[in-house]
Each structure stands twice: as structure tokens, then as C-alpha cells.
Design a protein around this ligand. Sequence first.
Ligand SMILES: Cc1ncc(COP(=O)(O)O)c(C=O)c1O
Length: 440
Amino acid sequence: MTTQGSPTSQGNNLDRWYGSYAQRTSGLAASEVRALFAVASRPEVVSLAGGMPFVSALPQDLVVGAMDRVMREQGAVALQYGSGQGVPALREQILDVMALEGISGSADDVVVTTGSQHALELFSKLFIDPGDVVLAEGPSYVTALVIFRSYQAEVDHVPMDEHGLIPEALREHIARLKSAGRKVKFLYTVPTFHNPAGVTLSWERRLEILEIARANDILVLEDNPYGLLYFGEKPPAAMRSVEREGVVYLGTFSKTLAPGFRVGWALAPHAIREKLILANEAAVLSPSSFTQLVVSEYLRDADWRAQIDTFRGVYRERKETMIGALNEYLPELTWTNPNGGFYVWLTLPSHLDSKAMLPRAVTELVAYTPGTAFYADGNGRQNIRLSFCYPTPERIRVGIRRLAAVINGELDLLDTFAGTGSLSAVRRDRSSASLPTDLQ
Ligand SMILES: Cc1ncc(COP(=O)(O)O)c(C=O)c1O
């Protein structure tokens, strides 16, 4: 026993209860993205780090009108607890949203969650036992990795190229894990406008990967926040449009409306849906009735498809500005050129380390997310995720110009001290970039 005020035997001066946390919290270190937010939010810093949607492109009157009508017409319902599955009318409307990506289903199989992040959490709670293996693209969405780690899963990254996850690599990873006697619980994938890589899984590969998953009895968790934010041609239909029983699909209003509502959803095979509802109730009793009803009213009253077109236009212009600035200021490097979504994945010359370079970049008033944030295994030092969603085109150009100055400064240093930073070395690097690019 310890007396009040004195540390436990495993405690320390900073945290008296250090020794009492559950083992699974060891994965709950602040992510690189989170640690960055504090610094990068200073106005003089151009942040190409966070993935915040540009909500100013949404007319506030539309939201105010929806809120007003909800409170006048259904105020008592909006202020009350709701069901653990979500508001029925909204679940019907979610079917219309998913139909745009080729998905048909029943509102009965939709579970509304507090953002799709919460659906990721609930799904992980249902499926991961300590020591299980989760397959995921390399790189992968940082906050999914945090959740998988918190449930003590081991993440096995499967490589991608410019067409997304590589089926042959997936086969090899599964075979290796099986022969080592490991239990693969599911494949987590962001097939469309990947966060952070910006690439999209081709239609042929979607079919092949579903076939591999089926043959190996592996559930697929398809996370699709960005699919409707395409800049040119529509991307291939969702994997869930092909396979009902083997796919749990996650969607969200965070990118096509606003993240502040915290309304997302899961579409799941019936039995899994049942468990998700129970887990949702255990976690939050019910998702917010108020925000669900406001989103539902917005979808009923506003031209939400036109609003998505507006977002597409905003993000297309920003993406083109970023690619133009990269071509102008960093023509020796390689990057992905996304057809939608929020992110460009930049590959540095192999001698540079994106994580080590970050403090210097912030000193030069530009912030980015180092590639290491998106790997559970320490990889990614040669990569940077650049977000074009939030800063204005003018700021994006300034940010890339500053980034180029930082990168060139590092290369000059290397050249001076080790003779490895010359542009010819950079050019040699291009042939060995870790994620081939379809651009320039
Ligand atoms: C791939 C991916 N999944 C899930 C989320 C979480 O979105 P939300 O919880 O806002 O729906 C994000 C947010 O950036 C994301 O990029």
C-alpha cells in the first residue's frame, strides 16, 4: 500500500499512477501529427501537416437553417438519447450517399458512429485479441495504427505502388504469417485516395484482393472517407459494392460536409452489425441525436451533391497548386499525384531523414508530417505527407518554396560533409523511389 501523496513503487514524479495503466496503453503515445498541431497552428507557420477539411467552403447558412428547423420541429428528440444504431431516417439517407460509390445495402445494416474514427475503434474492440496480426497498407492512416496498437495487435504492412496495395505482396505476407502460425484477423485498407499515399487501388486489384481475402478467410475493413472527392474521373466503385459478407465498410460526413458533427458510419454484414451496435451502446449509449438530425435535415433540404462539387473544385485547385509548386521548386524529387482526396506523398533523397529534418522545417516556418508516423515498424524516414486541403493556394506555394529551401539546405550540408548530397545523387535516387509515381 502507498500512503496518499507518495508515489507508488512504479510511479514517478510526473505521473503517480504510471505503474497502474493497462498494458495496452503503451501504444498511446502522442502521434507525430498530434504533437505537431501545437507548433504548426502558429499563424506564421504554413502547415502542410494536418488533414483538416476546408470547412469555410460550406455556407454556414445551410447549417444554421438545418439546426433551426431541427430544434423547432424535433427539439425534444434532438435533445434526448437515441438508439445505439442511429437515427433511422439518416441511415436511409446514408444509403443514397453510398449508392454514389456503387454500394447497395439495407439501412438495417448501417450503424451510425461518432465519426468513422469511432467505427474503427469499435471494430478493433470486436476483432483484435492481443498478439493478433492486422494487415494494412504500408504506409497506413496514422490514427488507425494508434487504435490497432492500443488493442495490442501487430500491424504487418503490405507494400503499395501507384495502383495501390500490391496483390502479389499480399499473398506473400499471408503465406509467411500462416507458416509462422500467426492469426491474421483482418485487412485494413483505404483503397481510394489513400491517406497518406494519395494513390487509388485499381479496379482489377480490388477484385483480386477480395479474391485473396475470400480464399484466406480474411475480413476486409474498407475505410473510405475521400471517395467522393475526386478531381477528374470517378474512382473505381467501392470494394463493398462487390462483396457483402467479407467487407465491413466505413464512411463519414467529415470530408463531404464537416468533421465537427462527428457523424460517420459502418455498413456491416448482419451479425457484425449486431455486435457493433452493442459495442456502440457500451461506449456512448447512443451517437449524438442532435448532430445526426442536423445532418439528416441538411441532406433532405440542401443540394448536398452540389456542395460536394464545390469541395471538389476547392481541393482540385489546391492539389494542382501543390503539384505545380513541387515541379517548380523540387523538380529532382518524386511524389504521388492524387486524383482526389487530401494528400501528396513525397519521396526524399535516400540520405535525408524526414523526421530529423522536421524541427529545421518548422524553424523555416513550414510543417509537414514525417513518413514515420504512418508505419508501425519505423519505416517512412524517406517520405513526407503533404496535405493540400486546408491552406490557400498562395500559402501552399509559399510552403513548398520553404520546404524546398530546407531540403536543399540539408543536401548542401550533406554535400559539404559527406559528398553524398549532390543533385546527381538525387537523380540516381529517383530510380529507387519507394513508391513509384505516375506524375511529372
Ligand atoms: C483514412 C481515414 N479514416 C478515418 C478518418 C477519421 O475520420 P472521422 O472520424 O472524422 O470520420 C480519417 C480522418 O482523417 C481518415 O483519413
